[in-house]
Design a protein around this ligand. Structure first.
Ligand code: GLU
Length: 271
């Protein structure tokens, strides 16, 4: 009987050691002491290179720094684009995506998301005197957007008679608009205002049209890492209730900034 018990134990130990270690990204991050966030580096004021310091700065960088602080770890940032952010997350190069990424059902099939931390709508950026007022005016015309974005897909659906030209980044699409290679740039209104207002001649351009789609941003987290998702969600809610979220928001989108967007939505808060 005793020998049987020993044999069973030995088999169990062997079987268990053959199982892959249970994933727990939260514990790994705590152990490393570093949270690695993928951020944009050409989208003022979400994430962009500050001309003076040459550092990537912005709303999403400050928000992630505040989340990392709540988790008791340091923040490290890596630049991503709309097309690289999900592959980089899935391959473990970053722990979280904080890069103007809409929470869509389609993307939720492969990654998880935090609660919404920013809310905007998709619109058009055009030349002020170009005669384009709405997506309807773009039949037979070219529209610039970014590869891997919801914007390129939504534009195709909203105006099937237009040609969508997808660039790696939004500033490249904006340059194409200036050069007359496209008639409009389409993406989230908050990003379009950022491109326009950072430009030397913002008055030459206008953000126009009805909302093409709703674009709620969530932080992207690898699938099935529920401890990490809880930590991020709780941090976001605490930042909101403490007023720290609003402080960061006002620094980048407040009345005194050139990227002014009134805060008109409320974060989902769990009791
Ligand atoms: N929010 C949209 C998206 O996630 C457009 C902005 C972007 O490409 O980052 O695709």
């Amino acid at each position: 009987m005793k020998r049987f018990a020993v044999a069973v134990t030995a088999i169990l130990v062997l079987a268990l050691s053959a199982l892959p270690a249970l994933a727990n990204k939260f514990e790994d991050i705590k152990k490393k002491g570093v949270l690695v966030a993928g951020v944009k580096d050409s989208q003022p004021p979400f994430g962009y290179v500050d001309e003076a310091s040459k550092q990537i700065v912005g709303f999403e960088i400050d928000l992630m720094a505040a989340i990392a602080e709540k988790m008791g770890v340091k923040l490290e940032i890596k630049p991503v684009t709309s097309s690289t952010r999900i592959p980089m997350l899935s391959q473990g190069e970053i722990d979280v995506v904080a890069a103007t990424m809409t929470h869509s059902r389609e993307r939720d099939k492969t990654i998880d998301y935090s609660i919404t931390y920013f809310s905007t709508d998709q619109k058009l950026l055009v030349k002020k005197d170009g005669g384009i007022k709405s997506i309807k005016d773009l039949a037979g015309k070219k529209i610039g957007s970014a590869k891997g974005s919801t914007s390129e897909k939504n534009a195709k659906a909203a105006q099937p008679q237009a040609t969508i030209i997808s660039f790696e980044t939004y500033p490249e699409a904006f340059l194409a608009l200036k050069q007359g290679k496209v008639e409009a740039v389409t993406t989230d209104e908050a990003i379009l205002h950022g491109l326009r207002n950072k430009d030397d001649k913002p008055d030459d351009f206008a953000v126009v049209g009805e909302a093409i789609s709703a674009e709620p941003y969530g932080l992207g987290i690898v699938e099935n890492e529920s401890k990490l998702r809880d930590a991020i969600n709780f941090a976001l809610m605490d930042l909101w209730t403490e007023g720290k979220y609003q402080q960061i928001y006002n620094k980048w989108f407040g009345k005194d900034t050139k990227y002014y967007i009134p805060l008109t939505w409320t974060m989902e808060l769990w009791p």
